[in-house]
Write a protein that binds this ligand. Structure first.
Ligand code: AMP
Ligand code: MG
Length: 313
């Protein structure tokens, strides 16, 4: 869009989804709810539409996008699936697991989607609104998180409006995101090796029996979600704090209280769902610094600690 027009807010009902589908078909940008975070969607086969995603976010062109599909058949038209990759997709999808696979030479995708890499990142989301939208639009959708590049990811339509309002065509409001953290990214290599490129809400225990998924950092910019500094609230962040200094906005967890809490009962899954809303609130507060209580590195706590380390870097 031109950048000067108002951004439409659409309800996640049949009329809203139909309107969003029309905007996407004609090459526009729509922020969409998923079970992870809100995505900024464009049709993945349209070079101009994909370029608008990078422009609206201020995203560097070397940072590739995840393509969202409704069916495994759509996914197989975009990437080369080994038997192992197909088994993993069948076991994990729909859900918060993104697979990085060799891109098919004949994939109907704008080149910018994979930023020049020979691979493509694919996911079948579990959110019913997003799935209906892909089906109605008839387009597979490239969608990174719907925030300005390097900033905190959005988990509500209000978060999206605050950072991208006026820069995109529409926001489809599907309520708060259930997981609240970006998908787990898993590369399936030619030799059957599995590499976790980004920890996330997907329970990797479900992949037991598919081979080893070693958590090794990628050597290059294969997954810029792994950049040391990312998800920045724009102020200093102190981790593993048990109480705040006077000038700190405190994000609590369990017995450690704060100005807000990720989970008063110490539930890590609840904490994952609340993380970005808490960081948005801390960023908006008058206090110039942020402190965060310790979060156990178990289950989704691994992904929470990963995001917090990058927010603090
Ligand atoms: P975002 O949705 O903005 O949080 O970011 C999507 C993440 O997917 C980024 O970290 C990308 O680098 C990663 N990604 C997308 N495509 C690929 C790919 N072909 N290989 C590795 N990582 C990818
Ligand atoms: Mg992002």
């Amino acid at each position: 869009m031109s950048g000067k027009n108002a951004t439409e807010t659409l309800g996640a009902d049949a009329a809203g989804i139909a309107r969003a589908a029309r905007i996407l078909q004609s090459g526009g940008l729509v922020a969409v709810p998923t079970e992870t975070v809100y995505g900024l969607a464009a049709r993945a086969d349209d070079t101009a539409a994909v370029a608008k995603i990078y422009a609206a976010k201020g995203r560097p062109g070397f940072n590739p996008l995840i393509v969202h599909v409704d069916t495994l058949t759509q996914a197989e038209a975009l990437a080369e699936f080994s038997d192992l990759a197909r088994q993993i997709a069948r076991a994990a999808w729909p859900g918060p697991l993104t697979l990085v696979l060799p891109r098919r030479a004949d994939a109907p995708l704008a080149d910018a989607v994979s930023a020049g890499l020979p691979t493509i990142a694919l996911r079948m989301p579990a959110h019913p609104v997003m799935r209906t939208l892909i089906r109605e639009s008839g387009c597979v959708l490239a969608a990174p998180s719907a925030n300005l590049s390097n900033a905190i990811s959005p988990t509500t339509a209000a978060h999206v409006a605050a950072s991208l309002g006026g820069r995109i065509d529409a926001i489809l409001d599907g309520g708060a995101c259930e997981n609240g953290l970006e998908s787990t990214i898993l590369a399936v290599r030619h030799d059957g090796t599995l590499d976790i490129l980004r920890p996330g809400p997907f329970d990797l225990a479900r992949l037991r029996g598919f081979g080893s998924a070693a958590d090794r950092p990628a050597a290059n910019i294969e997954a810029p979600g792994q950049l040391r500094s990312h998800y920045s609230p724009g102020k200093p962040v102190r981790l593993n704090a048990d109480k705040p200094h006077q000038d700190e906005f405190m994000i609590g967890f369990g017995a450690v209280e704060g100005h807000c809490t990720l989970s008063a009962s110490g539930d890590v899954a609840e904490a994952g769902g609340n993380l970005y809303a808490a960081l948005h609130e801390a960023a908006a507060s008058q206090l110039p610094r942020i402190a965060v209580a310790p979060i156990p590195a178990e289950g989704i706590g691994t992904a929470i600690n990963d995001r917090l380390r990058r927010a603090a870097a």
